[in-house]
Design a protein around this ligand. Structure first.
Ligand SMILES: Cc1cc2nc3c(=O)[nH]c(=O)nc-3n(C[C@H](O)[C@H](O)[C@H](O)COP(=O)(O)O)c2cc1C
Length: 276
């Protein structure tokens, strides 16, 4: 969605919460409107990206906060059709990995710190800690979200690809990652197919997510109402119309649903993240 096509606050909030309760419009501007208009785009048409796009997106990504200024993330940009096809095959054959113009692979990257330590003859025992991986993974997420939002502000579509973690060692080999670098997720970027535009997907009511001072776990009714909202939304999108509770159950009841990600600890260990 380009900035000039963004809906007014009431409309944007109604779309974000669907049939569920939406808050009254509060402070508002173009940035907030853009965030509320987000949709994952899974259908792309070919077409060149604007010149200098990658560098502009990267500057947006590097502008995100980064834990202790460690900047422990990297991104491998893939535009070559054959390499996108190989990464699609490693990511559960999701066609949009192949069809998007640019596929960005976000990498939790402690290899720079390792190289620094090797040059200086230093030991870095905290590299082995879970905290170090979590820091690198959250750095990836903040940078990626800045980049996605920047791309959306230019009228491009995006879709994150967690399936890049299905076979982390194979993805690391494909991308030539050094020890201490692991793929965290991918991001498709490209021109949305105008014939297959989807709607904004409603989120949980605010009462379920927002707690004032103390967590309130009494959410059964609101979650049931959201289930109905989301099931209704699914119709006509070409995606599963399963309600939210059923999807959560599917996702978490059977490790096979994780398509390899259930062995992530082992894979990360092999890539240089012992997670102590
Ligand atoms: C880290 C992450 C990984 C994701 N992985 C995938 C994926 O592999 N395939 C896919 O189609 N969507 C993926 N998504 C998109 C989510 O399914 C999507 O954001 C969610 O259903 C909400 O829909 P919306 O983004 O359109 O609002 C991922 C999203 C995130 C944040």
């Amino acid at each position: 969605m380009t900035l000039d096509a963004l809906p007014p606050p009431q409309e944007a909030l109604a779309a974000r919460y669907g049939a569920g309760p939406a808050p009254a419009p509060g402070p508002w501007n173009e940035t907030i409107a853009l965030m509320l208009a987000h949709r994952s785009v899974r259908a792309y048409v070919p077409g060149p990206l604007p010149e200098g796009l990658l560098e502009t997106l990267l500057a947006a990504g590097q502008s995100a906060a980064t834990s202790s200024n460690m900047q422990s993330w990297s991104v491998v940009a893939v535009a070559d059709p054959a390499q996108k096809a190989r990464l699609a095959a490693l990511s559960q054959d999701q066609a949009y990995v192949r069809d998007c113009a640019l596929f960005l692979c976000f990498v939790a990257d402690t290899s720079r710190a390792r190289r620094l330590a090797a040059r200086e003859g230093l030991e870095l025992p905290s590299l082995a800690c879970l905290e170090t991986f979590l820091t690198a993974a959250t750095d990836c997420a903040f940078a990626a979200q800045n980049m996605a939002l920047a791309a959306e502000s230019l009228g491009l579509g995006c879709c994150y690809i967690g399936a890049l973690r299905n076979r982390p060692e194979a993805v690391a080999a494909e991308l030539g990652l050094p020890e201490g670098a692991a793929p965290v997720f991918g991001l498709c970027i490209g021109h949305e197919d105008p014939a297959r535009i989807t709607a904004v997907k409603p989120r949980l009511p605010q009462s379920v997510v927002l707690h004032h001072g103390r967590y309130d776990a009494d959410d059964a009714d609101a979650v049931a109402a959201y289930d109905a909202t989301l099931a209704a939304h699914g119709h006509g999108t070409g995606r599963s119309s399963k309600a939210w509770a059923a999807r959560v159950h599917d996702r978490l009841s059977n490790p096979a649903y994780l398509n390899g990600r259930e062995r992530l600890r082992e894979a990360l260990g092999a890539l240089g993240f012992p997670l102590r």
